[in-house]
Design a protein around this ligand. Sequence first.
Ligand SMILES: [Zn+2]
Length: 182
Amino acid sequence: MSEAGLHDLGFVSTVQCETFGEPGNRTFNITAKSNRGEATVWMEKEQLYQVGLSLRQVIVTRETPPDPAPFDSEQTNPNEYIYVEFKTGDMALEHDPAADVFTLSAQDMTGDDAPSDAITHVRFSFSREQANEISKRSAEIVAAGRKPCPLCTAPLTPGVSHFCVKVNGYNPTENPMGRGAD
Ligand SMILES: [Zn+2]
């Protein structure tokens, strides 16, 4: 794979996820910053949800090594201050078990039809603590857009029927628990 379009921020000082806009019309991103530059990766809600879930899976299934190895990542172009912002199609998560460092890679989706060396990629690495923050925050963000069920308080997903534990699977918005036909 050509790496001409690859920007590696290395180990970042800050990484966070954010949402903008009104419920039903929200946008989502992950931003990261290091001494090499900064990146803003826009994504769909489902993609942010998946990132949070993948981070959580690694956090719970792999332990921090007793003596973590130093982490290093090659700087592809040392003279360049990286500044990238794009909407991503493909993302990949890696975990270096020796250093206990997480690396997220994202590819600019507008490059899908471009020659491979013209596609912008960004990659950045972060600690378990930062991974934990992103995982928690992304779950809050994803859940925040959904109204709670008035009966069981589980978040409702628009367009997906809700099997409410309080009413044996009837959708409370279609079958309000009234006082009966009187
Ligand atoms: Zn319910």
